[in-house]
Design a protein around this ligand. Structure first.
Ligand SMILES: [Zn+2]
Length: 117
């Protein structure tokens, strides 16, 4: 679903409710969600005589950086055969979060107008 930010204050209550209904019904595939940021990193193996000890790192390897409240992000290794799946999940997660944010914005606008149901 193509997603654009629009000025909600320009919509009628009826239009806001219609938009909210369409947004809510677009929330499918909720099982395929994965929040995080994909990144690539080189790694040191820890062996003293290895080339990586002198800066020639192994990899690059793909990781999913997952933020956690009050803690350092968790870096989860993504095997090559799962990179495509993880990429799709991360993109789907971003879309769902955008839809949830807009539904919340619509409900806030409805509250402002005393039209929250
Ligand atoms: Zn090494």
């Amino acid at each position: 679903m193509e997603h654009k930010t629009i000025d909600l204050s320009g919509l009628s209550v009826r239009q806001l409710r219609g938009r909210r209904r369409r947004l809510a019904s677009s929330l499918t595939g909720i099982e395929a969600l994965l929040r995080g940021t994909l990144m690539t990193q080189g790694r040191r193996c820890g062996k003293e005589r290895c080339r990586c000890a002198h800066g020639q790192l192994h990899g690059p390897y793909v990781y999913l950086s997952v933020t956690r409240p009050g803690r350092r992000p968790r870096m989860v290794y993504v095997p090559a055969e799962l990179t495509e799946t993880v990429t799709a999940h991360v993109a789907a997660s971003a879309r769902v979060e955008a839809v949830v944010a807009e539904i919340t914005a619509i409900n806030t606008e409805l509250l402002v107008r005393r039209a929250l149901d």
